[in-house]
Write a protein that binds this ligand. Sequence first.
Ligand code: URA
Length: 435
Amino acid sequence: MTRIVDWIEAKREGKPLTDEAIRAIVSGFTSGGIPDYQMSALLMAVVIRGMTMEETLALTTAMVESGEVLDLSSVPGVKLDKHSTGGVGDKITLALVPILAAAGVPMAKMSGHGLGLTGGTLDKLESIGGFRTELTTSEIVSQVRSVGACICSQSDSLAPADRAIYALRDVTGTVASVPLIASSILSKKIACGADAIVLDVKVGSGAFMKDIDQARELAQTCMFLAEAYGKRMSVFITDMDQPLGRAIGNWIEVGEVVSLLQGKSVDSRLYGLTMTLCQEALGLAGKCDDPAKIVESGAALEKFGEIIEAQGGDSRVTRIRGTGRAGCTVTSTAAGYVQRVDARKIAELAAYLGAGRQHMGDSVDPIASVLLDKVVGDGVAEGETIGVVHSSRFELLTPETEERLRDAFTIGPDKPAETHLILDHFASDRVKTPR
Ligand code: URA
């Protein structure tokens, strides 16, 4: 029998692995038969040598088959899913799920906790008093049937191989690989029972995809996998050089979403991308409702409240006003126009203040945050406020911390040219027979 060492050597030499080898590797690692050190070597060989589309599909299938597939057949309608590869201030899921549910598009949205720089969708929701993110499969199905949507953690029984492999990739420098990322994302989406998927691939300093070519390769690989499974998919590649919206933190991002759902004026890039992704998702679900009208009617805000209540949270959060301004105000030492707000530096600052975690299981500070008063293109006078930083650990609110916020800003004499938020878009034009 071929041994794992032979597969590692084959991949090291750039040779493709067979479906059987990939299946044996995934099940061997998940069951504990293949140790971390051999799996790490294999993953590194994949990072360096890549995988063909066929290998990537085989890997996705092996990960899907490592667990259960959520059965949403008792929920009528097209089941939609949305995924973002992760960015600074990206809180769109929190707005998109109630908007779609208010339009009658069911969503069993499974999200994660953040690791590294900022919190994940679940950390944001857990900043709402009482909100429960761990639901059983029957609770998920029952809530999607009664309320229209839920946002919860992914059950251990769905794509367990991805969870095990991702945990190892995270500590072995093997995250940044298109086939590994694409198979990881798609195995989870398929296991969650989605019929159609909207994917937001972030690119820029605040994303793990740093260049557009790599983001396009990821988008095309995901499209290939989705089509092979008969899933409709639409992929947007969007800029993550600057944060999305003005609020970066956990509780504060819930506040920004509530403002959006209340129909208040929020950051135009955040509003625009939320509406674009919702419109696309509605189209994939065969609906032609206007998401802006759903927000204006108050139905999305009401739905957000229903989801929060169904999951044990305090829905009075939907009545809050604005994002709150408690914290330490930071002023500009220069005058001109904001040329750049570096997403990575803002994320590092938010993490320093307590909004991110170093290890799974660490707690996050729900109020640790950065609120941006100025964004790219804004004029700024010397002494004017550029942002507010906040933390439960007041000892962190020092002049050095203020300087870190200033350092994330580039201020120059000329108004910068407008940049595009949506950099590219791919959508399935045909869907093959489902596997
Ligand atoms: N997000 C995922 O779900 N998987 C990856 O591998 C990277 C980002």
